[in-house]
Design a binder for this molecule. Structure first.
Ligand code: ATP
Ligand code: MG
Ligand code: FE
Length: 333
């Protein structure tokens, strides 16, 4: 089947074509307008989605060399995400399906981040564990089947990506800060500064305490030396990155040991982080686990993950009607 995938949950407008489980195109229109505001402005995001959605789909069809009359189904992100942003993608998908008389497939964005591992040949085997770390979520997920997933641990407050972005804001770096922390961390000493590791029961996480510790640490040092940030930027970034990565990996390691699972995956925007990728690679090598880390283009928001998820739902014959509505919050299953 030929699946058109649409993603518009946050600030990326994306369209992708998947043919028989193979991704032939993945067009992502990033929104730069939010940089000036230090974070995503929902109302602006939905307006830019409206401008970008038709050109993104046209480009995705062009890149895939697929005619719009050859599409068999339209898969779209139903949630979770910003309601105004989701509405644009959902409305486009519904209109397209109505015009072409095609079935609609609704996709959970967080499941799609995980299902990005089914793009290409290096696929994990069920059951596997996935650490999903993004701008809005931090989850350890037990993946029993494509759409049978159980969240065994999650953050009680901030997401890991939020901790990255807020730290970078404290450091005076532009939004989104995660990639910049990564960049500066490469030339820094990860052991230069020590930040606390929260003691949270089970497989859950908390990042608000870490964020506050970083804030106080910067504030106190800047009070003593106004140039503290500029003089030590790479060491600060490397130390922050290491702490966030070790918090994540320590929990993931325990979960894998206690569940006896050997296929370990990483997903979501923060899985683009170099320190986290290297950390998981080392951990898996040490434990003899199989490590699954997505290609960069499939870490942050993209429609290829929606299209591949749509492919697996198409095979199951699971479609939704024209009365489908977006869900800002959307649980698994
Ligand atoms: P969600 O998936 O929870 O709805 P989202 O879609 O906004 O949230 P993604 O696009 O999956 O999130 O990920 C964006 C997050 O990833 C941002 O917080 C960003 O800072 C972070 N990020 C991206 N690249 C890197 C990197 N190299 N290092 C650290 N963080 C990164
Ligand atoms: Mg984004
Ligand atoms: Fe996402």
């Amino acid at each position: 089947p030929v699946i058109l995938g649409i993603e518009s949950s946050c600030d990326e407008t994306s369209a992708s074509v998947c043919v028989d489980g193979e991704i032939l195109s993945n067009v992502i229109a990033n929104q730069t307008i939010h940089e000036a505001y230090g974070g995503v402005v929902p109302e602006l995001a939905s307006r830019v989605h409206q401008q970008n959605i038709v050109p993104a789909v046209q480009q995705a069809l062009l890149n895939a060399k697929v005619n719009k009359n050859d599409i068999d189904a339209v898969a779209f992100t139903r949630g979770p995400g910003l309601l105004g942003s989701l509405l644009v993608g959902v409305s486009f998908a519904k209109a397209f399906a109505l015009a072409k008389n095609l079935p609609l497939i609704d996709i959970n964005h967080m499941q799609a981040h995980i299902l990005a591992h089914f793009i290409g040949d290096h696929k994990p085997t069920f059951p596997f564990l996935c650490l999903t770390v993004s701008g809005g979520h931090t989850q350890i997920v037990l993946v029993k089947d494509h759409f049978d997933m159980e969240i065994i641990g999650q953050t009680l407050d901030d997401a890991a990506g939020e901790a990255m972005d807020k730290t970078s804001k404290i450091l005076g770096l532009p939004y989104p800060g995660g990639p910049l922390i990564d960049k500066h961390a490469r030339s820094g000493n990860p052991d230069a500064y020590k930040f606390p590791e929260p003691q949270i029961p089970g497989y859950n996480f908390s990042f608000s305490g870490v964020k506050t510790a970083i804030l106080y640490f910067i504030r106190d040092n800047v009070a003593k030396n106004p140039n503290f940030i500029q003089e030590n930027l790479s060491d600060i970034c490397a130390s922050v990155e290491k702490r966030i990565a070790t918090i994540l990996l320590n929990k993931l390691k325990r979960a894998a040991e206690e569940y006896g699972i050997k296929d370990i995956a990483l997903a979501g925007g923060v899985s683009a982080n170099t320190g986290l990728r290297e950390g998981l690679t080392h951990l898996c090598a040490e434990k003899g686990w199989n490590c699954f880390i997505p290609k960069f283009e499939y870490c942050t928001d993209n429609a290829a993950m929606i299209a591949i998820a749509g492919y697996y739902k198409y095979l199951k014959g699971e479609f939704v009607g024209q009365d489908v509505a977006p869900l800002a919050r959307m649980p698994f299953g």
